[in-house]
Each structure stands twice: as structure tokens, then as C-alpha cells.
Ligand binder design. Structure first.
Ligand SMILES: CC(C)(COP(=O)(O)OP(=O)(O)OC[C@H]1O[C@@H](n2cnc3c(N)ncnc32)[C@H](O)[C@@H]1OP(=O)(O)O)[C@@H](O)C(=O)NCCC(=O)NCCS
Length: 173
């Protein structure tokens, strides 16, 4: 049985392990998922392994990562959602979510982000959350708007080589 450290109504969150490479490959190796998050539109096998290692390193150093998430009803791997340091603004963490296409259009990205946001504000005492998206990613734009984020500026995002619309959400008093 998978040990989840955090749950929402339909999703369980755990941390990445080295043995999760096949799960990581099924997510970041899927061109539908990587289309808007990689300059070439797809991760190589080596890049997926490096991404997995980076997530584990972020967890070791900062206690956060884009955690792997699982649909509770089926125990199926659905993607990842979580946090990483955002160094350009004090007290601020970056929020992100990548779902396997089979889990799109069900409100699961919104549910996962809301759980990660509550963890950031209530448990980790973040002052604000940052998020950005590829200018072509209308699904991501809609999601961030529904989550209450406010557009602040465009920011260069090295992994895609594009200026990404960028957003902020400050903790409510
Ligand atoms: C961006 C991404 C996470 C959005 O996923 P999503 O499923 O569209 O997002 P949401 O959870 O907000 O779901 C909204 C959809 O679920 C529907 N929905 C169904 N039940 C719902 C519920 N209970 N609550 C909310 N929405 C619900 C909404 O009507 C909406 O439908 P639509 O997409 O047909 O308009 C997804 O496209 C993805 O993972 N893409 C690949 C990775 C990526 O680009 N990530 C973003 C990086 S910046």
C-alpha cells in the first residue's frame, strides 16, 4: 500500500523514489504532457531521469517537490503537483502541476493545486505563491485564474526558451 503524506478528496500525494523512473517516464515522456514545458516539446529518456533526480534533490534540500499524485479510488498514478523554491521573491514558492491526459477535464488539477496551496500557506508558512505558464497553454491559464492567481508580468523560462505569463497569489490575512 502506498504511503501518502497528504490527501485531497480524490488524490493521494507521496514523494518520488528512484524506483519511480517508469512512472516518471510515463508522465514526462508523454509529448501531450511535455508539449508546453520543454523547448523541443518532448523529454529524452535521459532528461526524464534527470528531472526525477532533481525532484528527489529538491525534497532532500527543501522538503518540497512536484510530488507524484495518485487517484485514491483506483490507486492509479495521475501525475505530479507541488512546490519548489522561487528564488526571485522572498518567502515565495512556485506551484506546478503536470497530469497524465487521462486525468484532464475532471477538476483534478484544481483539486491537487488547492491541496498543495493549503500545505504551502498553512504548514510551510509561505507568504506567496508564484506560477507561470507557456503562452500557448490555455488550460494552464484557466486553471491559475480559477485558483485566484493574478497576472503580474512575463518572465523568461529557460526550459522552453519563451517568455511565460507569470502570476502571484499572496496569502490572505
Ligand atoms: C494544465 C493542466 C494541469 C490542466 O488540467 P485540467 O484538467 O484542464 O484542469 P482542471 O483540474 O482545472 O480541470 C478543469 C476542467 O475539468 C472540468 N471539471 C469536471 N469536474 C470538475 C470539478 N469537480 N471541479 C472543477 N472542474 C471540473 C472543468 O469543467 C474543466 O473542463 P474543460 O477542461 O473541458 O474546460 C493539464 O492540461 C496538464 O497537466 N497539462 C500538461 C502539463 C502542463 O502543461 N502543466 C502546466 C504547466 S504550467
Amino acid at each position: 500500500m502506498t504511503a501518502f503524506f497528504m490527501q485531497s478528496q480524490r488524490l493521494g500525494f507521496r514523494t518520488w523514489e528512484a524506483a519511480d523512473l517508469p512512472l516518471a517516464q510515463s508522465l514526462w515522456g508523454n509529448p501531450e504532457v511535455s508539449k508546453f514545458i520543454h523547448a523541443k516539446g518532448a523529454f529524452s529518456v535521459e532528461e526524464v531521469a534527470a528531472r526525477l533526480e532533481r525532484e528527489m534533490e529538491t525534497q532532500r534540500r527543501f522538503g518540497i517537490q512536484y510530488w507524484p499524485i495518485f487517484e485514491l479510488s483506483s490507486c492509479t498514478f495521475a501525475g505530479c503537483c507541488g512546490l519548489r523554491p522561487y528564488e526571485k521573491r522572498e518567502g515565495t514558492l512556485e506551484l506546478g502541476v503536470h497530469l497524465h491526459p487521462a486525468f484532464w477535464h475532471q477538476g483534478l488539477a484544481q483539486e491537487a493545486c488547492q491541496r498543495a496551496m493549503a500545505h504551502a500557506f498553512d504548514d510551510l508558512k509561505a507568504a506567496a505563491l508564484f506560477a507561470g505558464h507557456n503562452p500557448g497553454n490555455t488550460a494552464s491559464r484557466g486553471l491559475l485564474t480559477r485558483l485566484g492567481f493574478t497576472y503580474t508580468h512575463d518572465e523568461f523560462y529557460p526550459p522552453t526558451g519563451l517568455q511565460h505569463p507569470s502570476y502571484l497569489l499572496e496569502k490572505r490575512a
